[in-house]
Design a protein around this ligand. Structure first.
Ligand SMILES: Cc1cc2nc3c(=O)[nH]c(=O)nc-3n(C[C@H](O)[C@H](O)[C@H](O)COP(=O)(O)OP(=O)(O)OC[C@H]3O[C@@H](n4cnc5c(N)ncnc54)[C@H](O)[C@@H]3O)c2cc1C
Length: 437
């Protein structure tokens, strides 16, 4: 059979600042793909999906070799640059697909439990805390009601907080109401991802700073990196929104960029302005709102702002604008803290499907793909990787049947139609939810 080559048109370029990563000690030098490497399985992408898939494949096939190949460093990509909410369930306005939502709750609950177990077992130092979260609204009462109605439909208990109740936790009177939900965890995501990558079974070799430039097929697979190649019997693509750049699964997920800033640690006097619990995690009821955290090491994490991000790039001028928005969002909540220095401001890309559908399973003989999209993607990505490895190894389970019964991610229209539709939607959200940011 003639070799078939597919080239990656665009590679991850996550920009120079990931505050979570940069507040950790520098990692040891990377092991790169050099020369010719032969393995049974190659997993591409060391985010939550790739680390979970590689871990479970190696556990189930202890005599097989697994290469986990990452373009950058473990903990630097999207899984290490998010807001750090490990959600066992989630509710948002307009949950149109309740059956899928219930299935997703089962998956993200199992994902949270599995992650918690790994973090404890390997003593991964990522400040894992089962604090839960509060959904908040400054004025978006209707959106917050949608959130609590959604939890009622899912059978998830919640507690109502009035302005004083939210202030007791956050020190801010910015929010009129909150819906407090227990169960989920807060983590330092970069530390968790580094820890997950560092504690993989012995038959997994992690290769970093090794972008896969081309994928060729002749019987098995040949992955071409700048300084070497990996030949594998089977390949699992866990490359998130970059999967389409390799020519696979195009037009299944809308790439939306969002942005976060992490402050330097607060002084004692500053920290005293942020409520009485020592840490918190706030999720916005309105899609234009801000995700806000006080971390255990007394930093504020501010996440907001959405962009259609087909280019998958974060130019410096955009990052300056975003940092300014984040400063104003902090000042709106804590007027005395608006000029607190930032340890970093960065962007990352989330994938959204049109129908809360799954991207999970075979692409063709020997080639598999997994992408975690929509709500609670970290915990769904963790369990998705575990279940995909079990599927590849022929192991069935009730939970595997749950993921297999989800609708496949529906096809999206191409650009410029998609760009136009998404920009219009994001623009409307920004207009209606300006006060929530
Ligand atoms: C600002 C922000 C806040 C967020 N907050 C949360 C949150 O609180 N909770 C939550 O659940 N989710 C959150 N998310 C979303 C979540 O982080 C992502 O959905 C999730 O990390 C996706 O995981 P993944 O493994 O699919 O992809 P990634 O983490 O992106 O992993 C894919 C990896 O593949 C690598 N790769 C790509 N192409 C190649 C190639 N050609 N060769 C080699 N390697 C390649 C990339 O470098 C990357 O490391 C947030 C996202 C952002 C941007």
């Amino acid at each position: 059979m003639a070799p078939r080559m597919m080239g990656a048109r665009k590679l991850p370029d996550d920009g120079p600042r990931n505050g979570w990563f940069e507040t950790l000690p520098p990692p040891p030098p990377a092991r790169r793909v050099e020369g010719r490497i032969r393995v049974d399985f190659a997993v591409v992408g060391a985010g939550i999906c790739g680390c979970s898939t590689a871990r479970r494949l190696a556990e189930l096939r202890p005599d097989d070799s697994v290469a986990l190949i990452e373009a950058g460093r473990a903990g630097y990509g999207t899984s290490g640059r998010n807001a750090g909410f490990m959600l066992d369930n989630h509710s948002h306005g307009g949950m149109r697909h309740m059956e899928a939502a219930r299935k997703n709750v089962r998956l993200s609950t199992a994902g949270t439990d599995w992650l918690r177990r790994i973090v404890r077992e390997h003593q991964i130092q990522c400040r894992w805390s089962d604090w839960g979260r509060i959904y908040v609204a400054a004025g978006a009462e209707a959106e917050l009601r949608n959130v609590s109605d959604g939890f009622d439909s899912l059978g998830v208990p919640w507690r109502d907080l009035d302005r004083d109740g939210v202030e007791a936790v956050t020190g801010s009177r910015y929010y009129g109401r909150g819906v407090r939900v227990d169960g989920s965890a807060l983590v330092q995501p970069s530390a968790m991802m580094r820890g997950l990558a560092a504690t993989l079974p012995a038959n997994v070799a992690l290769y970093e700073e090794s972008p896969v430039l081309e994928m060729g097929t002749t019987g098995g697979f040949r992955l071409v990196c700048p300084d070497g190649t990996v030949e594998a019997r089977q390949v699992v693509l866990c490359t998130h929104v970059f999967t389409e750049e390799i020519g696979v699964l195009k037009h299944r997920a809308v790439p939306l960029a969002s942005f976060a800033s992490l402050t330097e640690p607060l002084t004692d006097a500053q920290a005293a302005m942020l409520g009485g619990e020592g840490e918190f995690g706030l999720l916005p009821a309105h899609s234009n709102g801000s995700t806000v955290r006080l971390t255990q090491d007394r930093r504020i994490l501010m996440r907001n702002t959405l962009f259609y991000a087909r280019e998958k790039r974060f130019p410096p001028a955009l990052m300056e604008r975003v940092a300014d928005i984040h400063r104003r969002s902090i000042a709106a909540r804590w007027p005395d803290l608006g000029d607190t220095g930032f340890a970093g401001t960065w962007g990352g890309i989330l994938g959204f499907t049109r129908n809360e559908g799954a991207i999970f399973g075979p692409v063709r003989e020997g080639l598999w793909a997994l992408m975690s999209c929509d709500v609670a993607p970290m915990t769904k990505g963790a369990i998705g990787g575990k279940l995909l490895a079990e599927h590849i190894c022929g192991e069935d389970s009730e939970l595997l049947q749950v993921v297999l019964s989800l609708p496949r991610a529906a096809l999206l229209p191409p650009d410029p139609i998609l760009r136009f539709v998404v920009n219009r939607r994001v623009g409307r959200l920004a207009a209606t939810g300006a006060a929530e940011r």
